[in-house]
Design a protein around this ligand. Structure first.
Ligand SMILES: Cc1cc2nc3c(=O)[nH]c(=O)nc-3n(C[C@H](O)[C@H](O)[C@H](O)COP(=O)(O)O)c2cc1C
Length: 231
């Protein structure tokens, strides 16, 4: 299976960085071909510019966008990892979505037939860390709003299956014990997702898939983790 990880955090000491590493390592252990797109390290240009529009109107997709589209196209599973900033994505990730998930690549818009999703052979999983508590965001409807704007109106719109959205609350004050426990849950989620996924390019090597021990029970479940899983 091909697994693309789209990662957007500028701080290598962040919890998001730890999550990214763990997912990358586990996915490799499970026999997948893993590509990590570290948008800050890659210095990804997030501005969908007038020049981009001009080029696209002339039928030419800018080279840097084509490179990202190649990664998305070949992936069976995409994991998007980022910190929640102002109840949204870091700008670099918003710009990635603007520039990469283009009409004609991610979906086809036609005035006659409407929208045809084009990324129909993939699963997408979203993992975000935040400062607020999950209860606070749940009770104010923000978790649901995030799932709708970040998942339904982006990845589902493009035809991707929902492999779950994990929202980690109160991350800045989270102790080591909870961090370890949360990482264990994330790993379990990934193992389950892989087990339920059919690669469209290549068969997963069934190496260590079932060897992973279940993670210990998490202590502050509702406070630290909110999951929405459909797929
Ligand atoms: C620019 C900025 C905006 C932020 N906005 C929010 C926000 O809207 N809601 C929230 O709960 N936390 C917010 N935070 C806190 C971060 O989400 C939190 O520090 C981060 O997710 C911790 O995880 P990390 O170690 O992966 O960075 C913000 C932090 C920054 C730097």
């Amino acid at each position: 299976m091909r697994h693309a990880i789209i990662y957007a955090h500028p701080n290598p000491k962040s919890f998001s960085a730890v999550i990214c590493e763990r997912i990358r390592d586990l996915s490799k252990e499970l026999g997948n071909v893993v590509t990590v797109r570290d948008l800050y390290k890659a210095n990804f240009n997030p501005v969908l510019s007038g020049q981009d529009f001009q080029s696209l109107q002339n039928g030419v997709t800018p080279k840097d966008i084509l490179e990202e589209q190649k990664i998305i196209k070949s992936a069976d599973l995409i994991t998007v990892i980022f910190p929640l900033w102002w109840t949204g994505y870091p700008a670099i990730l918003k710009g990635y979505i603007d520039r990469v998930l283009l009409n004609g690549f991610a979906y086809q818009h036609s005035t006659k037939t409407g929208i045809t999703p084009l990324l129909t052979d993939k699963k997408v999983q979203i993992i975000t860390t935040m400062g607020a508590s999950v209860e606070e965001y749940e009770s104010s409807g923000l978790i649901d709003a995030m799932a709708r704007t970040m998942f339904d109106n982006v990845w589902s719109f493009c035809g991707c299956d929902d492999a779950g959205m994990i929202v980690l609350g109160e991350v800045p004050g989270m102790g080591d014990k909870d961090r370890i426990s949360v990482l264990g849950e994330i790993e379990e989620t990934l193992i389950r997702t892989m087990a339920n996924s059919k690669p469209h390019h290549k068969k997963t090597t069934p190496t260590q898939k079932n060897k992973k021990k279940p993670a210990p029970a998490k202590t502050k479940k509702t406070k630290t983790l909110a999951k929405r899983t459909r797929g």
